[in-house]
Structure formats: structure tokens, C-alpha cells
Write a protein that binds this ligand. Structure first.
Ligand SMILES: Nc1ncnc2c1ncn2[C@@H]1O[C@H](COP(=O)(O)OP(=O)(O)O)[C@@H](O)[C@H]1O
Ligand SMILES: [Mg+2]
Length: 258
């Protein structure tokens, strides 16, 4: 299976949301929420967008302290927090506290006008969502887009408990389950074999439209087809053959029998 990014409907809707947010009237509402259950391709999509748009991409981890979070963002932005001389030979000292660190980061973002993507944003929720407040603050001051990517399905409702943040969300992009036409696109772009539509439909159903499982099913399909010298995989050849193994969840056969 080849590596690559498949631009499906979810990505197209994300791009539309970014465009609408760029054209927003109130420069304060610069947050975009990308939501949906794990496995739909949210991280892959925003990672691709961040790379194309010189955005800062940060994947949050559990139990980050305020200072650690700011310093991590500065590291991603390439901001030197050690004492040094700037390009004009002026001495720049290390920030003395987190307010100064945040100021450095905000100044950098204002200068570069770079958007920020926070993946696994639910991990910023602890301590009264103080770290989400940081992102809101930077977005307000720099008037840049901040994309918050939910790593869990119910993040949208959790964030409503913090109206000062949820009010700043200009758009939500709920990622949808991959449909047959998307799976056909993945097959066309990433496989070195072709497959009958009925077989791709089977993979769409058994994967429940989760891209994580679509990839799993298609790579099994390709491996078996190649091992048998088959260039065009047909439904009949894979009768009774397990295609998707979901190590993270329930076994597909069990799910099917429910
Ligand atoms: N648009 C895409 N093109 C190619 N591969 C993708 C795409 N979207 C997701 N994937 C693959 O599917 C798997 C799950 O995607 P991921 O972005 O981690 O989902 P999520 O963040 O929603 O849990 C990953 O292996 C990823 O590489
Ligand atoms: Mg993810």
C-alpha cells in the first residue's frame, strides 16, 4: 500500500470552514473545532493542512502544566527561550515567568501570522480549561485561526461548560464516516491493484466508515491479492475471508452478528 493523503469530503468541508473563518467579521472568533470519533482521519487531515499552511501543529498530552504547555508551543514555533542575542545584536533574556513566555509566543504568532493546530485538544481541558484559555487568548490577540481537534467524540459537549471558549468557536467541522466513494478514492490512490465495487462496499460496511479500519482492510486485500498474483480483486475471491482485524476494538465478525 502506498503512502499518501486522500482528499475526501471531510477535508473539503474543513477547507471550506477555514475559508469562512478567514472571512469572518469578528476577528475575535477564530477557533475552529474539528470533531468526530477516533479513526475518522482528523489528525491526518489537520496535519496535512498545517504543513501546507505553515501552521504550528501541537499534539497535546495528558496532565501538562501551564508552563510546560507554553514552552512546548514555543519549541514547535522555533522560539529560543534561552538568553541570546537577536539578529540586531540586542540581548534577549530568558522569560522569567509564564506570562513572559506567552508574550513571546504571541509576538511570534503576530509577526508570522501562523495559525495553530492543537490535536487531542480535550487534554487541555483540566484545571478549569486554563490551557484552552491560553489558546483563546493568543487567538484573540493575534487574530489568527486556532484549530482545536477533538480526540474524543464528546469534546463538543464538554467544551460547552466553558462558554468563554465555546462562544469563540466560529465553526465546527464534524468529521463523517468514510463512504463508498471515499473508499474507492483510497483504493485508486493508494493501492497497486484494483478491486470490484462490491468488495469495496464490503470494506466500507465492515469498517463502519472508520478510515483506520478502511486502511487495515485495503492493505489486507492488497497483500492477499498480490500473494495470489491477482491484479483485480473480486468479491467472490474473498468470500469467508476476514479482511479487517480491529485490534483496538471488537472483532468485526462479532459486531456483524449483533
Ligand atoms: N485522508 C487520509 N489519507 C490517507 N490516510 C488517512 C487519511 N485520513 C486518515 N488516514 C489514516 O487513517 C488512520 C486514522 O487516521 P487519524 O488521522 O489518526 O484519525 P483520528 O485522528 O480521527 O483518530 C491513520 O493511519 C491515518 O494515517
Ligand atoms: Mg487523532
Amino acid at each position: 500500500m502506498k503512502k499518501g493523503f486522500v482528499q475526501n469530503g471531510n477535508y473539503a468541508r474543513f477547507l471550506q470552514a477555514v475559508k469562512a473563518t478567514e472571512q469572518r467579521g469578528s476577528m475575535e472568533s477564530g477557533l475552529i473545532l474539528v470533531s468526530g470519533e477516533p479513526g475518522l482521519g482528523k489528525s491526518k487531515a489537520v496535519d496535512r493542512w498545517a504543513a501546507d499552511n505553515h501552521a504550528l501543529y501541537f499534539r497535546a498530552v495528558e496532565n501538562m502544566g501551564h508552563d510546560f504547555f507554553l514552552r512546548s508551543l514555543c519549541a514547535v514555533a522555533g522560539i529560543n527561550l534561552l538568553p541570546h542575542q537577536d539578529e540586531h545584536g540586542n540581548k534577549v533574556r530568558a522569560p522569567r515567568n509564564k506570562n513572559e513566555t506567552q508574550k513571546r509566543l504571541t509576538e511570534h504568532v503576530i509577526r508570522k501570522q501562523c495559525p495553530i493546530v492543537i490535536d487531542e485538544a480535550q487534554k487541555l481541558m483540566g484545571h478549569d480549561a486554563r490551557l484552552l484559555e491560553v489558546m483563546r487568548d493568543i487567538s484573540d490577540s493575534a487574530e489568527i485561526i486556532v484549530v482545536l481537534v477533538a480526540g474524543v467524540a464528546n469534546f463538543g459537549s464538554q467544551i460547552k461548560a466553558y462558554p468563554q471558549i465555546s462562544r469563540r468557536i466560529f465553526m465546527e467541522v464534524p468529521f463523517e464516516h468514510w463512504k463508498l466513494q471515499d473508499v474507492k478514492l483510497v483504493c485508486k490512490q493508494l493501492l497497486e491493484i484494483t478491486a470490484e465495487d462490491a468488495l469495496l462496499e464490503r470494506i466500507t460496511i465492515e469498517s463502519k466508515g472508520l478510515m483506520r479500519l478502511v486502511m487495515n482492510g485495503l492493505s489486507t486485500l492488497e497483500r492477499i491479492a498480490k500473494a495470489n498474483g491477482v491484479q483485480h480483486a473480486c468479491m467472490a475471491d474473498f468470500e469467508g475471508q476476514e479482511l479487517i482485524t480491529d485490534w483496538d476494538g471488537e472483532e468485526p465478525r462479532k459486531r456483524r452478528s449483533k
